[in-house]
Write a protein that binds this ligand. Structure first.
Ligand SMILES: NC(=O)c1ccc[n+]([C@@H]2O[C@H](COP(=O)([O-])OP(=O)(O)OC[C@H]3O[C@@H](n4cnc5c(N)ncnc54)[C@H](OP(=O)(O)O)[C@@H]3O)[C@@H](O)[C@H]2O)c1
Length: 240
């Protein structure tokens, strides 16, 4: 039986590439999303991968969604915590709402979903969890105290949870992407983007597929000795 992977934010951007590569690797995949019904419908039509809409920052919504997914498709054996947002601003401009939204969506979601699949994974003695962090959680970034804190938190969360999962064959790893050509990065002003690209040694933005390749590697059945690690995929921009 193919193992079931849940990819949050899995119907567009980096998440879509992750869902598709996991499908190609022989996994059954369910992709979640927040509200972009159009992208979800187009993604399912193109790939055959089912989608489910819920807010990853809301524990009760996650609980209902995981129950529905498991009833319809079987137990979640691979969890990719990919959904994320930015609400950038310097400290002067950042308000409490921008802070909470980014912490709850990027970091709180990792707790919510790992918590909900943890007991099942422990009982079955198999689990693969990958949390998508960021180069900006490793290095910090001007105007992103919320995002850098959330992503940095993901790296700590990963290392702590990996210790709890090790004895029951649940691996927990993180990927720290550099700048990847998705809508999130297309929102960056062009002049700023050109300056960023100039600082990437390989001379280009990442592709979503570059990140997806790392997820497939970390979630393979025989990747059981790789846990608690953060895989940087950033074109050499930051060597951590
Ligand atoms: N792009 C980069 O350069 C880069 C670099 C480092 C790290 N990352 C990280 O990689 C991940 C994916 O980034 P991306 O660039 O692919 O982002 P993206 O294109 O903006 O897509 C974000 C995805 O997350 C979903 N999402 C957002 N808020 C959600 C919520 N509250 N509940 C459920 N789903 C939610 C979105 O659903 P809808 O489509 O319904 O809105 C969408 O599927 C994020 O964690 C991001 O921080 C990205």
């Amino acid at each position: 039986m193919a193992r079931l992977a849940l990819v949050t934010g899995g119907q567009r951007g980096i998440g879509a590439a992750i869902s598709e590569q996991l499908q190609k690797a022989g996994r059954k995949v369910v992709a979640s999303y927040a509200g972009n019904d159009e992208a979800a419908a187009a993604f399912t039509a193109r790939t055959g991968i089912p989608t489910i809409k819920f807010d990853v920052s809301d524990f009760d919504a996650c609980k209902a969604a995981v129950a529905k997914i498991e009833a319809e498709h079987g137990p979640v054996e691979i969890l990719v915590n990919n959904a994320g947002i930015t609400r950038d601003g310097t400290m002067k401009r950042m308000d409490r709402g921008m802070w909470d939204a980014v912490i709850d969506t990027n970091l709180g979601s990792c707790f919510n979903l790992a918590k909900l699949v943890w007991d099942g994974m422990s009982a079955r003695k198999f689990g693969r969890i990958v949390n998508i962090g960021s180069i900006n959680g490793q290095a910090g970034q001007y105007g992103q105290v919320n995002y850098a804190a959330a992503k940095s938190g993901i790296h700590g969360f990963t290392k702590a949870l990996a210790q709890e999962g090790a004895r029951v064959n649940i691996t927990v790893n993180a990927i720290a992407p550099g700048y990847v050509d998705t809508e999130m990065v297309r929102a960056v002003p062009e002049d700023v983007l050109q300056k960023i690209i100039a600082r990437i040694p390989v001379g280009r933005l990442g592709h979503a597929e570059d990140i997806a390749r790392g997820v497939c590697f970390l979630t393979a059945d025989d990747a059981d000795f790789i846990t608690g690690s953060t895989l940087s995929i950033n074109g050499g921009q930051h060597m951590y």
